[in-house]
Design a protein around this ligand. Structure first.
Ligand SMILES: O=C(O)C(=O)C[C@]1(C(=O)O)C=C[C@@H](O)C=C1
Length: 427
């Protein structure tokens, strides 16, 4: 996996692109994004984009990718123009061919120089042929999300983003081909922010990876536990180590920051000798920190589940274990939830996850006089993962039934299950 240096991490401010590139209906957050590439975006984009095509590839036979194709067209066009100017000079333009409808054609191009027609492969969304898959993740190098990106796509170019939302946008704006984002942890539970973002954005879940998460307590070289009065990390990491921090007898305040590796980077950059970070051993190595305590997660089998997101869904299969993620909302009444769940139960489809989130658009509704006693109630969205592929007729029938009971239903993705066995890791 190739890593992009922390300084090039993408931020919301720097993600700006022509509005026309946004391939989905606009929503509030995206609308505030400026409709041009600003200097920062141009700089990071330059760093993130694949290397400029070698000019030798511009020979028409050497076209390997869409970008080569576009460059070839540009070069061909300028060649035609200059040849035409030369020809015009020598012949006064008399050798032009007039076609039947009266329009004048270009000069004839030698037959072996004709551009090849675009094929379906040239239009395939991602990865571009011959180029590395670009995978957006939240955090800086050394974050667990970077490790998850490497597990999901071993030879990818991992692109750090400063917020989850930026990782979504990076894919939507074609700066990245995929995003890899955490959705739940065995100790800390669901990462709700990403559930909300899955709904707000139009990306598809195309895979999942489970990553054993092994936390270390990091401090600057020479710093001992007794010197510490603060521990900083990602809120999930702090909660995953809560009991162990207490057991270590540290008299510290705990502060949340954007990501684990970012915490290590912050301590190192500011030479903080009273502050430790909870992060990975890789972060210790990257930012020149010492490991004061190793494996400080409260449970040795601490694991985080990440999903891979893409602009296009994958074609579901039935020959390997698949999972499908859906989100639905229903009008009032608890019996609907029971009916939905039974649609799966009757077909022997196992659910692996159910999560409810308050419905953001209509969060609270006052109940009328006839229902005296209940002041307010919330409306909910339900996220369900089940063990079946959308190519499986049982899943199709179950969803057809669910659709009847619900006012809103969306399939977030149907994707291969991560079946890799894992054990308490030393990562
Ligand atoms: O901060 C990181 O290193 C992350 O990759 C984020 C994150 C998370 O959001 O849950 C990922 C895995 C761990 O559970 C802790 C933190």
């Amino acid at each position: 996996m190739h890593c992009v240096a922390p300084s090039s991490s993408i931020s919301l401010k720097s993600i700006t692109a022509p509005a026309a590139v946004i391939n989905r209906p606009s929503h509030a957050k995206i609308q505030c994004v400026a409709s041009r590439f600003d200097a920062a975006a141009a700089a990071s984009n330059q760093q993130l984009s694949t290397a400029a095509p070698n000019t030798s590839n511009f020979a028409l036979g050497g076209i390997k990718s869409r970008s080569d194709w576009q460059s070839s067209c540009a070069i061909l066009a300028s060649k035609v123009e200059s040849q035409q100017q030369n020809a015009d000079k020598s012949t006064g333009g008399a050798d032009k061919i007039t076609v039947v409808n009266g329009h004048t054609s270009l000069d004839l191009v030698a037959i072996n120089n004709l551009p090849k027609p675009l094929t379906i492969a040239d239009l395939s969304p991602a990865p571009l042929h011959g180029s590395t898959l670009r995978v957006a993740y939240q955090g800086v190098p050394g974050a667990y999300s970077e490790a998850a990106a490497g597990k999901a796509y071993p030879n990818c170019e991992a692109i750090p983003c400063d917020q989850f939302e930026v990782a979504f946008q990076a894919v939507e704006l074609w700066i990245a081909d995929r995003a890899v984002l955490p959705v739940e942890n065995s100790l800390g539970g669901s990462i709700h922010r990403n559930y909300d973002l899955l709904l707000r954005h139009r990306l598809h879940i195309v895979g999942e990876v489970q990553l054993p998460v092994h936390h270390c307590l990091l401090a600057l070289p020479g710093v001992r536990k007794e010197f510490l009065n603060r521990v900083i990390s990602h809120p999930q990491a702090l909660s995953q180590c809560e009991a162990t921090l207490t057991k270590l007898g540290l008299n510290v305040t705990r502060e949340a920051v954007d990501d684990t590796a970012g915490a290590a980077e912050f301590v190192a950059a500011n030479n903080l000798r009273d502050t430790a970070a909870i992060a990975s051993a890789r972060a210790a190595e990257l930012y020149g920190m010492n490991i004061l305590a190793d494996g400080i997660q409260d449970d040795s089998s601490n694991v985080t589940r990440f999903v891979m997101l893409a602009r296009e869904p994958i074609i579901p299969r039935v020959d390997i274990p698949f999972k499908t993620s859906i989100v639905f909302a229903h009008e009032q009444g608890t019996s609907v939830l029971f009916k939905v769940l039974s649609a799966f139960a009757f077909r022997n489809i196992s659910l692996t996850k159910i999560e409810s989130r308050p419905h953001r658009n209509r969060p609270i509704r006052l109940v009328g006089d006839e229902n005296v006693g209940t002041a307010k109630h919330f409306e909910y969205l339900f996220y369900v993962d089940f063990e079946a592929s959308m190519a499986d007729v049982r899943a199709q029938n179950a969803l057809a039934e669910v659709q009847e009971f619900t006012s809103f239903l969306r399939v977030l993705g149907s994707y291969p299950m991560d079946m890799t066995p894992w054990s308490p890791s030393s990562q």
